[in-house]
Structure formats: structure tokens, C-alpha cells
Ligand binder design. Structure first.
Ligand SMILES: [Zn+2]
Length: 65
């Protein structure tokens, strides 16, 4: 399985349909990253996007089963 790191929080995710927001780990990270670009604050975005260690291993969105 190919893995990538979320450009926002550097969390490692699988490149698969389990992660519909890839290369971001979650919709939250995707929106933060897009928002950062829009506001030209990307280069300091590290302060706005922290890893969600407590939720490691679980995507924020996806099949609910
Ligand atoms: Zn992320």
C-alpha cells in the first residue's frame, strides 16, 4: 500500500479510498490548507494545523459502516 504524508499535519495516510481527502488526512486539513493558500499564510500554516494524535489511525471522514 502506497502511503503519503498529509501536507498539512504530516500525518501518514494510505493512498486509498479510505482517505477521500487525500493527500490530506481529513477534510479539516484540506480546508485549512486551502484557506492558508487563499490568505497567503501558507508558510506559517504550521501553527494553524496540528497533528491529531488522539485520533491516529482513523480518518475524519469516510464510510460509517
Ligand atoms: Zn492532516
Amino acid at each position: 500500500m502506497m502511503t503519503v504524508r498529509c501536507p498539512c499535519c504530516q500525518r501518514e495516510i494510505e493512498w486509498s479510498d479510505r482517505w477521500p481527502q487525500r493527500p490530506f488526512c481529513s477534510e479539516r486539513c484540506r480546508l485549512i490548507d486551502l484557506g492558508a493558500w487563499a490568505s497567503e499564510a501558507y508558510f506559517i500554516a504550521g501553527q494553524a494545523c496540528a497533528p491529531e494524535d488522539e485520533e491516529a489511525g482513523q480518518p475524519d471522514t469516510g464510510p460509517a459502516n
